[in-house]
Design a protein around this ligand. Structure first.
Ligand code: FES
Length: 535
């Protein structure tokens, strides 16, 4: 087995593994500070923060010979016999000098900088920097440059790691950002009339290790130490990127990518990043309502579930529409309830919004045309329970011949999705229950309108278009009056206690073979259900 030696500890390497010094050290829990290196970008080795001592061990004699100079760990492949020393005095002195050099020109404007609290320059200074500053602190300048519709650049804070420039060349493939001037005068800039407006531009803010590139949507709105980060899944399209939802007191302030090599690697698109204002919209449906003749009556949840249950049982022949915005647990519970009321209940896969075509970027990132997170999961449930996948559009064609008397339509749509003409095709139902985020022509025609939960308020799992299942917990509490769908369906089924999403997933996995792998512990990055089908 090839073996490297890092700070005196052995690290076994896989046969064909290609790690650099930073990655190899990380395997042993040793953090080598770095600015310019990022696992998703090419290596430039320019910041010199990752300098380490490097040598080779003779496989026969075991004798170690070290290079006389320090080398960047990011640019050092670790092979059999490689020796790294990351904690010697020489290394520590080099790091302190790099920090001192960067801080000579860096404005000390941390109290007004958006990055304070998550700034690498700040953190590394306290961990690796000198205790005392030898240069004078001069009044700082904060030259600000508008580089795009979402992004602003604080020129003097930049440490010229060039991550943002490489991102635009290698991942988005748009090359808007470039380095102008030379030496100590180097700056990041855009060309006139060619701003940073690509659909992945927000990622440069996450990549920036200091507060140079800032997001205009977040600038000066929250201090990061007030935010709590929750793992989430983007519901903007069928890719289901892993995200961090940053909230403070039940208000979402920021969405960032969460590393998931099986789904989105380190990136998300701007559509997903800025897809949360609807959560706090004052247009949301917040109270359950019942139509009484021409008038509407606001209801409380007290006794409402019993009332809905008895109305559905009276209707006898019913159908349910499983929205592709529901989690698989919610869809399973609603479909199970429908089958309990009417063993022949019609189970429909809700409207799947599609906008244009997939957008593909040179770095491999894809924005799917299908603008919902869980069509695949909901289809798997519907096809098992119904024996076929009955899509919304096909259902509208068949509805008059199905003899339905009651229909429950789950929604959760963030944008308008249904028109008057479509609603007209649902005429003749005795009971129409609609659960959605916003009023629509369908809610106007309903007998009961129930508020739906927004994506950060839900517990459960989504299956992306590549059969990858990810489970998340709620990040914020829903507004008063809103009960997440899972809890409503749980009570409809007559279950006691609080809605238990992991329990519902286990039940689903035991019943439907497609979800079988979800029976075990689901890793943080999710599990691919297709592996199960292939096995
Ligand atoms: Fe290695 Fe910048 S991280 S030189």
């Amino acid at each position: 087995m090839p073996t490297a030696l890092i700070d005196g500890r052995e690290l076994e390497l896989g046969e064909h593994e290609r790690l650099n010094g930073i990655e190899a050290a990380r395997r042993l829990g040793i953090e080598i500070p770095h600015y310019c290196w990022h696992p998703g970008l090419s290596v430039v080795g320019s910041c010199r923060m990752c300098l380490v001592e490097v040598g080779m061990r003779d496989p026969k004699t075991g004798q170690i010979s070290m290079l006389p100079r320090l080398v960047p760990a990011c640019n050092t492949p670790v092979r059999d016999g490689t020796v790294l020393v990351t904690n010697s005095e020489k290394v520590q002195r080099a790091r302190a000098m790099v920090e001192e050099d960067l801080l000579l020109r860096h404005p000390i404007d941390c109290p007004i900088c958006d990055k304070a609290g998550e700034c690498r320059l700040q953190d590394y200074h306290f961990t690796y920097g000198q205790e005392q500053r030898r240069a004078d602190i001069r009044p700082f300048t904060s030259r600000r440059r508008d580089v795009g519709s979402e992004i602003t650049l604080f020129v003097d804070r930049c440490i010229m790691c060039s991550r943002c420039v490489r991102f635009c060349r290698e991942i988005s493939g748009t090359s808007e950002l470039l380095v102008v001037q030379r030496g100590a005068h180097e700056e990041i800039d855009v060309l006139p009339d060619f701003p940073l407006n690509n659909k992945l531009s927000g990622n440069v803010v996450d990549l920036c290790p200091v507060g140079a590139l800032c997001d205009k949507n977040f600038l000066y709105r929250q201090r990061v130490w007030y935010l709590k980060s929750h793992p989430g899944v983007c519901t903007g399209c069928a890719i289901g990127c892993s995200t961090w939802i940053d909230e403070n007191q039940d208000h979402v302030w920021r969405i960032r990518p969460r590393e998931n090599l099986a789904v989105n690697r380190w990136w998300i698109c701007n559509d997903g990043r800025y897809d949360y204002p609807h959560v706090h919209s004052d247009q949301r449906i917040l109270v359950p309502r019942r139509r009484d003749g021409e008038a509407w009556t606001d209801l409380s949840w007290n006794g409402l579930i019993r009332e809905l249950d008895s109305r559905l049982r009276q209707a006898g022949r019913i159908g349910v529409v499983l929205s592709p915005f529901l989690t698989v647990e919610e869809a399973f519970l609603l479909a199970s309830y429908a089958r309990q009321v009417d063993p022949q209940a019609v189970i429909v896969v809700g409207h799947v919004p599609v906008v244009d075509e997939d957008e593909r970027f040179p770095g491999g990132f894809i924005i799917a045309a299908e603008k919902c997170p869980n069509r695949r999961g909901v289809e798997a449930i519907a096809s098992r329970m119904m024996g076929r996948v009955l899509a919304w559009e096909a259902f509208l064609g068949e509805v008059s011949s199905l003899g339905l008397r009651g229909l429950w339509v789950s929604g959760g749509y963030k944008r308008p999705w249904i028109d008057e003409a479509t609603v007209d095709r649902l005429r003749g139902l005795e009971l129409l229950i609609v659960q959605d985020l916003f009023p629509s022509p369908l809610t106007e025609r309903a007998d009961y309108v129930l508020p739906a939960a927004a994506f950060p308020e839900r517990d459960g799992s989504y299956v992306n278009r590549n059969d990858h299942l990810q489970s998340v917990r709620w990040a914020i509490r829903p507004p008063r009056g809103v009960r997440p769908e899972g809890s409503v369906f749980w009570e409809l089924l007559g279950r006691s206690g609080l809605y238990d999403a992991p329990g519902a997933l286990r039940e689903l996995a035991a019943e439907i073979g497609y979800f079988h792998l979800a029976l075990g512990t689901i890793p943080e990055g999710g599990v691919n259900l297709k592996t199960n089908l292939l096995a």
